[in-house]
Design a protein around this ligand. Structure first.
Ligand code: NAG
Ligand code: NAG
Length: 507
């Protein structure tokens, strides 16, 4: 009896312990496997980023993010989830390796032409983003953003996304086998790859053909772009009219760069302008609700000043083209380049004032046609030829400041008006009647010269809103704004529209 019960007890202990051993081993094996996998991952991440001492494997084999004190962080440390520029040479090598692996399968065949920028980000693996020109299987060169999301501890290995200019995104993964999937949209992969701003910035670079010299400039432009997105938000949030602001070709420029690119000098407040006060003939009866010199064949096509601060010259030729068309019935384009080359008071691409330009035209002896003296967006030797002078200027007039009714009357009687305004809201203008909140568009800071060619009123009965506006011809090409035009609120001197209104007087 005693022996039996002892044997039975021994047996149950053995069963129990063997069960325990079995389960325990399984559990221990799991810890070992997990630990191995994570050590592999850790080793991989550490190999890639020396600053990922922030990750460790704990006693249960789990990956742990270890906080690193601020002092230990160098300038080059990339916080997890953040992205940092990555050596272009290295990026090109990685891209080449990836392309080699992929061309072994049946995916698209690409050859590298040039790598513009590359950045690397740690997001449960490494996300490398490479912006490069690639030649595809049809020998066509395209600008592409290639994203390689590497998670080598997983079966799938690498996920690759190609997004080339004017092409649908292509997704692939490669490990042992190569799989392909083509998708029109790439919504799915967005959540863990491109953050929204990076994505917008890449789209911007492709759309406006930006090629930054190196990754340092790329990072700087990205910072400016991010700041500008906040400005756009601010303009939209505070808009009192119907305008929409968004990403334009100026979205990677600081406000200083943008202002220089416009090119209007400040008029000194106490010095006389040299113009005569304009005589504003009183209008008989009620002023028309709207008027547009474009419909009277007095406005030439929208021009483009390019990367040259010559707005002042375009503002003046626009005014003279209008006056000339109304006087002679003939619409002709006049030369800005002549002013860039021959007006020595103004400073060509470094800015100028309309007041000076009127005087210069008088002194030079007139303006040649655009076709005879074409625009080069750069100062050259003056080659004005008096026999080709088709229009002469006798004088110029200053319209009364802060009286937009007088401007309306003058415009109806005489033609388009040259004005200086604050172009803050124009940097991101996408259309609508622009009525920025005062503090965002000071009346005193005039930095751009343009041309008023008409006016009108927009009614928004659903919003109980009536928006009177000026139609402003700009010189940033027809792709900017509303086919090259800006509509700005009329009636409260928005952005200083009535502060510097002038016109030539033809001889
Ligand atoms: C000025 O233009 C006229 C007319 O085209 C031409 O005959 C003449 O040679 C030009 N003069 C100069 C100096 O280029
Ligand atoms: C604005 O100009 C108009 C027309 O010249 C004139 O009748 C009116 O009195 C002016 N208004 C102000 C406030 O000066």
């Amino acid at each position: 009896m005693k022996t039996t019960s002892l044997l039975l007890r021994l047996r149950s202990i053995w069963i129990m312990s063997s069960w325990l051993r079995h389960e325990g081993l399984a559990a221990a094996a799991m810890v070992v496997r997990r630990r191995e996998k994570n050590l592999q991952r850790l080793e991989y991440e550490q190999k890639l980023e020396s600053d990922v001492g922030q990750v460790g494997v704990d006693s249960r084999g789990q990956l742990r993010r270890v906080r690193v004190s601020r002092e230990r962080r160098g300038l080059n440390d990339v916080p997890l989830g953040g992205s940092k520029p990555f050596d272009e040479k290295q990026a090109e090598e990685q891209l080449q390796q990836t392309l080699d692996k992929l061309t072994a399968g049946d995916g698209p065949h690409y050859k590298i032409v040039k790598v513009y920028t590359a950045s690397r980000q740690l997001v449960s693996g490494t996300l490398t983003r490479i912006d490069a020109d690639l030649i595809d299987g049809n020998d066509e060169q395209r600008r592409c953003i290639v994203e390689i999301w590497a998670q080598p501890w997983l079966e799938q290995g690498h996920k690759i996304t190609f997004k080339c200019h004017n092409q649908p995104a292509v997704h692939a993964r490669h490990s042992r086998s190569v799989e392909w999937a083509e998708k029109k949209t790439h919504k799915k992969h967005n959540h863990h790859s491109l953050n929204k701003i990076d994505h917008l910035f890449h789209v911007f670079q492709i759309k406006y053909k930006r090629r930054y010299a190196n990754s340092m400039e790329h990072q700087m432009r990205l910072r400016i772009f991010r700041q500008n997105l906040r400005t756009i938000q601010e303009l939209n949030d505070n808009e009192q009219g119907s305008a929409k602001y968004g990403i334009t070709e100026f979205a990677d420029m600081t406000s200083t760069e943008y202002t220089q690119r416009a090119g209007l000098w400040q008029r000194s407040a106490n010095k006389p302008t040299g113009g005569k006060p304009a005589v504003v003939p009183p209008y008989k009866g009620e002023l028309p609700k709207e008027f547009d010199w474009r419909e009277k064949n007095a406005v030439t096509q929208v021009k483009n000043q390019g990367s040259c601060g010559s707005c002042w010259a375009f503002s003046v030729t626009g005014n003279i083209e209008g006056l000339y068309a109304i006087q002679t019935g003939e619409l002709r384009e006049f030369s800005e380049q002549e002013l860039l080359d021959c007006d020595s008071t103004d400073s060509a691409c470094n800015g100028g004032l309309m007041d000076n330009a009127y005087k210069a035209i008088k002194d030079i002896g007139g303006l040649e046609y655009e076709s005879e003296y074409p625009y080069l967006a750069k100062k050259k030797q003056c080659h004005f030829n008096k026999t080709l002078s088709h229009v002469q200027v006798a004088d110029f007039v200053d319209l009364p400041k802060g009286n937009e009714t007088a401007m309306q009357e003058w415009l109806l009687a005489n033609g388009p008006i040259s004005i200086g305004l604050n172009a803050n809201a124009m940097q991101f203008y996408r259309g609508g009647v622009s009525h920025p909140w005062g503090p965002l568009c000071s009346k005193k800071n005039l930095d751009h010269g343009v041309l008023i060619v008409g006016y009108g009123v927009s009614d928004y009965p659903n919003f109980h809103k009536t928006l009177p506006y000026w139609i402003v011809k700009n010189s940033w090409g027809p792709r900017w704004g509303e086919q090259g035009y800006y509509r700005v609120y009329r009636g409260d001197n928005t952005c200083g529209v009535s502060e510097m209104a002038t016109s030539a007087v033809l001889a």
